[in-house]
Design a protein around this ligand. Structure first.
Ligand code: GLU
Length: 286
């Protein structure tokens, strides 16, 4: 059974780019006679707000989409993610990181390849870690690429692949090799919430039986580290369909931070859902 999802973070109102992404996933599910899952990715308490979640439901319903209920809201399931962190810790794959963002940026600044280098700060020295722990300082859990590589063995480490049925940033498609080092020693549990995006998203894709991850090309790089986590956890590998990012009239892609015109504003201005669907290439009936 074909299962895909739309997984927005309620950090603002949806814009045309989101509508395009949601319609792409929803239409694919309809065309395949499959299931469409909506998931609210609200693990970042500093940026997510309930009113944005309500806005997402309102906007998607207005667009004419339907989805399975109940909708999974990640903040309701922090215990699930903590269990995965515990399992990875028990296998010795994670290390504590007390560094602040500023510490990391400073360290990168000193490195020969500057910001291009994926962040791999490495474990603290034992005495330092003990001192920081005793001081009650907050820490994140990072995935150790060295230990992951050791755990998986060379053949698996170099043999990871993913199937791209859409197109990557340079139009790449087909069976592609994974670069497990792409995100460095990625944070899997943040200091504040005990979970981070890559962990929550891979856990939920596996839990919800997502067979096709359909999302924008901006998340193509994320696929590399997500395939690594799936491999470490023995979770199934979904097929990926990265889609192009919608550009506005000025040629720049739609993004929340640019204060792109929201669907709510378009609606208030008199645009109909049908007209928007037409504009985005999804005419009646999906
Ligand atoms: N929640 C993520 C976002 O809003 C998308 C996650 C995904 O599609 O994998 O950008």
């Amino acid at each position: 059974m074909f299962v895909t999802r739309f997984a927005p973070s309620p950090t603002g109102r949806l814009h045309r780019g989101h509508a395009f992404s949601a319609l792409t996933a929803w239409s694919a599910a309809k065309a395949a006679g499959g299931r469409f899952v909506l998931r609210i990715e609200d693990i970042d308490p500093t940026r997510c707000r309930p009113e944005y979640e309500a806005g997402i439901l309102e906007d998607l319903a207005w667009l004419g989409l339907d989805w399975e209920r109940p909708v999974r809201r990640q903040s309701d399931h922090l215990g699930d993610y903590a269990a995965v962190i515990d399992a990875l810790r028990a296998r010795g794959l994670l290390y504590r990181c007390f560094r602040t963002r500023k510490d990391i940026l400073n360290a990168i600044g000193d490195a020969p390849h500057g910001a291009m280098e994926a962040v791999r700060p490495g474990p603290h020295r034992a005495e330092e870690e003990a001192r920081l722990l005793a001081s009650g300082a907050a820490f994140a859990w990072r995935l150790s690429l060295d230990r992951a590589r050791e755990a998986l063995g060379e053949a698996v480490w170099h043999g990871m692949i993913f199937v791209e049925e859409g197109e990557g940033p340079d139009g790449v498609t087909g069976v592609l090799p994974v670069d497990p080092t792409a995100a460095g020693d990625v944070v899997l549990a943040r200091k504040d919430t005990g979970v981070a995006y890559h962990l929550a998203v891979t856990h939920d894709d596996a839990l919800q039986g997502v067979t096709h991850v359909i999302r924008g090309q901006d998340l193509f790089a994320a696929t590399q580290v997500q395939r690594l986590i799936q491999t470490l956890m023995g979770w199934p590998a979904p097929t990926y369909r990265h889609h192009r990012l919608l550009a506005g009239p000025d040629g720049r892609r739609y993004a929340k931070r640019d204060r792109s015109v929201t669907l709510a504003e378009l609606r208030a201005g008199g645009l109909t859902a049908e007209a928007l669907r037409d504009e985005l290439g999804f005419s009646c009936g999906g």
